[in-house]
Design a protein around this ligand. Structure first.
Ligand SMILES: [Zn+2]
Ligand SMILES: [Zn+2]
Length: 159
């Protein structure tokens, strides 16, 4: 069911519940709720693995006074509060997502750059046990799998 299938009243109630969830998420990370923080978190909820630039494009539509610098500031505070995860595939600007704390990995297409989540390879975090952890208490492993996505494979197979 999408919002557009609902009557206006139902859609508004859903939007309000959604705003409450977003505010709760910001507060539970120990941060104050501000309009730019709400807007960035909402944009990130709709589009995981976004760059700061892409989020700025969405947020600017809601809050015309927002600057790219402000979006970077919000993302930095979210990342250090653990509300948002930052991933940095080689050759790509940093990407941000709300899915945190589950040590999931990413798979990136070398041709079109599409990014998907990949669950932990096997077992619990870190799912990759180093041959020698050098005495570290290892908590996480970040893996990026690289390859051609299904669509790019299909397109490259065309005559
Ligand atoms: Zn691709
Ligand atoms: Zn992810």
């Amino acid at each position: 069911m999408t919002i557009s299938n609902l009557s206006d009243g139902e859609g508004l109630r859903l939007a309000a519940a959604d705003a409450g969830l977003l505010e709760g998420g910001i507060r539970s990370a120990g941060l104050k709720v501000t309009a730019p923080r709400l807007a960035v978190l909402r944009a990130l909820t709709d589009r995981p693995h976004s760059t700061a630039d892409a989020l700025f494009g969405v947020v600017r539509a809601d809050l015309p006074g927002t600057s790219l610098q402000a979006v970077y500031g919000v993302l930095a505070s979210f990342t250090s509060a653990g509300l948002v995860r930052k991933i940095e595939p080689a050759g790509s600007p940093a990407l941000f997502e709300r899915r945190v704390g589950d040590n999931h990995h990413h798979i990136v297409c070398t041709h079109c750059g599409v990014v998907h989540d990949v669950d932990c390879a096997v077992g619990h975090a870190p799912c990759l046990t180093p041959a020698d952890a050098l005495g570290f208490d290892v908590r996480a492993a970040e893996v990026i799998y690289w390859g051609l996505c299904a669509q790019c494979q299909a397109e490259s197979a065309l005559p």
